[in-house]
Structures are given as C-alpha cells and as structure tokens.
Design a protein around this ligand. Structure first.
Ligand SMILES: Cc1cc2nc3c(=O)[nH]c(=O)nc-3n(C[C@H](O)[C@H](O)[C@H](O)COP(=O)(O)OP(=O)(O)OC[C@H]3O[C@@H](n4cnc5c(N)ncnc54)[C@H](O)[C@@H]3O)c2cc1C
Length: 463
C-alpha cells in the first residue's frame, strides 16, 4: 500500500489529502499536525477578537470530513525531522513514520521579537486560534496597545482592538503601509482608513527594546523618539516559513522549501505546498514564497494531484487578498513595479462619492503583469486570468476594463463575488439573490450573499 504522509494539517495539507483520496482510493494518508484544535479559518481571527464571531463559527463545519475520507490525522503531534533518503518522518516522540510520498505543508509563523522569553505578560502573536483567544483574554485590561509590523495579523489585531475601543498605534519599520506590495496611492488610502479608525501610524521606526515591570510589559524603546508606553504589544512582523524540523536539510533554499512547478522538491517523492514553499512565479520564473490562504489551497490541490500520479502544473504568482477593516484588498503579481518598460492604467475615482476605491492594472512590455484593487475587487478574477495568460493590453475584455475604470458604471453581478475567507472570485449563477447561501468552490466555506447598492454581491460568513 502507498503511504502518503502530510506534514501540517492547514489549508494546503488538508486540500492535498482530499485530492489524493479522490484519485487513490486505496492509499494510506496520514496528516501529522502539532495543533490540537480542529481546522479553522485563520483569516477570521480578527472577527473573533472583535467579538463578531465565536470560535465555533470560525472552526470549519466539516470537521468530520477527513475521517469520513479515511484520512488519519495525528493531531497534537510534532514533526521533529524528515529523512528524505530513508523516507522517514521522525515524530516528537521519537517514533518513525515511513512514507512513499511526503508533502511538506507546515506553513509559516511570526518570529519572536528580541527580548521576549515567553514568560512575561503583554506580548502576543496572532498566528493561531489559541493565540487569538489569549489576546482576547488580555483585552479587558489593556489600555495602550502597540502593533509592530504590517503583516495580515496586524490588520486583524487593529480590527479586534478598535472594535473593543482600545487605542492603538501601528509601529512600522517601513516608510508606508504594505510597502513593496501597494503603490504609494494605495498605501495612502489604507493609511487614511486606519487613521479614520483612530489608529496612529508611527513610521520608519523599529522596536529596539522592551520595558518590563514585575513580569508585565510597560512599553517599548523605539529606534527614534521617546519610550512608547504599552501594556499590550502585538508582534506582526513578516512571516517566516516553519522550517525548524528541516535544519541543515538540502530541501531548504533562501525562500523556504524549494519546489518546481509541480510542487516537487529535489526528491522525486517529496513535495511542498503553502506558505512553507518557495516556487517559481509564472512569467518571471523567480523562486519566491507565494503565501496566502487561496495560494495555499491551490498549491495543496496541485501537489495532491501530482502525488496521486497526475502531471499537474501550478502557474501562480505572489498575491495579497484580504479584508483591511471593511475594505477588500486584492494585489496581484507585480503591483508596484518600477522601470521604463512599465505602464499603469487607473480610473478616476471621486473621493467624495467613492471613498477608498482604487483600481489599477500594470503592463510590462505591453502585457498585463499586475493589478491592485482596493474597496471593490469585482474584476479581480478576470484580471488574474489575464496575468496568468500573459495577455496584451488590446486582448483584454473591454467590458471588464470599462467597469474597472469608469467608476460610475453599474457593476455587473455576472462578475461574481469574493469568498469571505480565501477571496477567490466566484462566478454567480443567474438565480442568485439577496440572502442566497452558496459554497466557495475553492476553499469550501459556506456563506451568504448580500446585494450591495451598486448591484454587486458581497459574500458574508454564516447564514
Ligand atoms: C490572523 C491571520 C489572518 C490572516 N489573514 C489572511 C487573509 O486575509 N488572506 C490570506 O490570503 N491569508 C491570510 N492569512 C494567512 C493564511 O492563513 C495562510 O497563508 C495559510 O493558512 C497558509 O496555509 P498553509 O496550509 O500553508 O499553512 P498553515 O495554515 O499555517 O498550516 C500549517 C500547519 O502545520 C502545522 N505545523 C507546523 N510545523 C509543524 C511541525 N513541526 N509538526 C507538526 N505540525 C506542524 C501547524 O500547526 C499548522 O496547523 C492570515 C493568517 C493569520 C494568522
């Protein structure tokens, strides 16, 4: 019997298990995950902090699904190392698990800030449900909160803190918000929205030291200016791939576990998917992490197909899909490129009528290579296809371009709605109406459709 061992039971690992089972009814499939809890939607942790959703609402409804599929899950079990040559995974207990094929899907996490030995009270990392619950338990007594960094965790922390009426400041090492992903206009829009929410931005500043008193955090010492008082610090610096059990392994490159377009590592029978993987971006071929929920789901899907013996090619590129407070944000491919061969096209969005709306397409050598959507991402699915196919400007659908750049045009509901979890753009059938319950074809979450005043649909978790 073929044994497939999956290291990590997040969105990438679970999706791969489902796909393998569909194509290999007899295969033994084992997921090893250090997490005790049932599978849950990490992008919803901010809603949990805000008190809008309870833990039971962000835990996947189909928690029995894997056991129904005959997938064995070793929950609460850590992987200590992986021996590619012996084809064995060593568990924390010392037990060895042999495999015919393995998938590395251990995700990423926030690195600890210097000075935090884990013993004091007042520092939180928002990577997991237990960490979100711990943070929620501190909110009752918090008065001054600092968020350090601008990862997706930062925006979730802002959501929770402001909903509970706690003052917060965002300390950013960079010059502007989501620098490197957003262009200056888009950064300014989000900074403006954060200011409106009552968040103070402290830019181009690093945290040099932590100030403790009797084991409780009292503030931080910034790289410039005076001590910043804080009784809560949310560390939201960029994520690092989870590679602790792969120390010294030849599987690891500078951007995670290196894989090709089949998600295969240098070992024929070992694959990697999700935040832990570094893979070639379509067109440029540059090996980069392509983190994010939808990317992880898609990579898990492709890795699963290849592990089941199919030849499936993953053609993705870095993207960012999230909700920043109440604004949908989708950045695709090269969203803030420089250079003479780059041309950008954007609409004229009147701020007083359409605050926080911004859309842009980036062309390089006349081909679509990137896009930014803020506030409304109705056309993101179509544009993503153009980037993947490398369409030239004059090959793009004019109706979609008009809808993007003529902001007063009534939105076409035929373009679909964004999934509240993974931000996949779903095509909606003619029969959908306000209140319809649908399932995302990408991540499988169920949601309700609310019709917005411009005719477009918005997907909301829960029914
Ligand atoms: C608060 C928050 C908000 C987010 N918001 C968004 C968003 O809006 N949009 C978006 O696209 N993405 C968002 N993300 C990121 C998204 O959740 C990740 O990109 C996605 O979960 C990656 O999936 P994955 O399967 O690669 O890894 P994960 O979901 O991290 O799963 C990896 C699993 O591996 C396990 N593991 C790790 N090491 C070991 C080991 N040694 N032994 C055993 N098990 C191990 C972990 O416990 C974990 O369960 C957010 C994340 C957080 C935390």
């Amino acid at each position: 019997m073929n044994r497939h061992v999956i290291l990590g039971g997040g969105v990438a690992g679970r999706r791969a298990a489902e796909v393998i089972r569909k194509r290999a009814a007899e295969a033994e499939i084992v997921i090893v995950d250090e997490q005790e809890e049932a599978f849950y939607y990490r992008p919803m942790l901010g809603e949990l902090l805000a008190g809008k959703l309870g833990p039971e609402q962000i835990i996947s409804r189909d928690k029995e699904r894997l056991s129904q599929l005959g997938v064995k899950v070793l929950a609460g079990t850590q992987v200590a190392s992986l021996d590619p040559k012996a084809q064995e995974v060593v568990l924390g207990s010392g037990e060895r698990l042999s495999f015919d094929k393995a998938l590395i899907a251990s995700g990423s996490r926030t690195e600890k800030i210097a000075g935090d030995d884990g013993k004091g009270r007042g520092i939180v990392y928002l990577d997991t449900l237990p960490e979100a619950l711990y943070m929620a338990s501190l909110l009752g007594s918090a008065r001054n909160a600092l968020i350090y960094g601008a990862s997706l965790q930062a925006i979730n922390a802002v959501r929770g803190l402001r909903a509970r009426g706690i003052d917060c400041s965002l300390v950013l090492p960079e010059e502007r918000f989501w620098q490197g992903v957003l262009d200056p206009i888009a950064s300014e829009i989000l900074e403006d929205r954060l200011n409106q929410e009552g968040v103070t931005l402290i830019k181009q500043t690093e945290i040099k030291d932590l100030v403790w008193e009797d084991g409780e955090l009292k503030g931080v010492i910034p790289s410039k200016g005076e001590k910043l008082p804080a009784d809560l610090l949310v560390v939201a610096s960029p994520q690092d791939p989870r590679l602790d059990y792969l120390k010294g392994s030849d599987l690891v490159g500078k951007n995670g576990v290196v894989v090709d377009q089949n998600l295969r590592t240098k070992y024929e029978n070992i694959f990697a998917a999700g935040d832990v993987a570094g893979l070639p971006a379509v067109h440029t071929g540059e090996v980069l992490p392509q983190p994010g929920w939808l990317s992880a789901w898609r990579q898990g899907n492709m890795a699963g197909l290849n592990m089941a013996g199919q030849e499936a090619v993953y053609s993705g590129f870095p993207s960012l899909r999230t909700k920043a407070l109440d604004l949908d944000v989708v950045c695709l491919g090269l969203s803030d490129p420089q250079g003479e061969d780059v041309k950008e096209e954007s609409g004229d969005y009147p701020y007083d009528e359409l605050p926080y709306i911004y859309k842009k397409i980036v062309y390089k050598d006349r081909r679509v290579v990137g896009a930014v959507f803020i506030g409304d991402a109705s056309e993101a699915g179509a544009v993503e296809g153009w980037i993947r196919k490398g369409l030239k400007a004059d090959e793009c659908d004019k109706k979609v371009l008009d809808q993007m750049f003529l902001p007063r045009l009534q939105a076409s509901s035929a373009l679909g709605a964004l999934c509240p979890i993974c931000k996949f753009q779903m095509q909606l059938g003619e029969q959908v109406e306000d209140g319809s319950i649908e399932t995302c074809p990408a991540c499988g979450v169920r949601f309700r459709l609310d019709r917005m005043p411009n005719g477009a649909f918005r997907a909301v978790l829960g029914d």
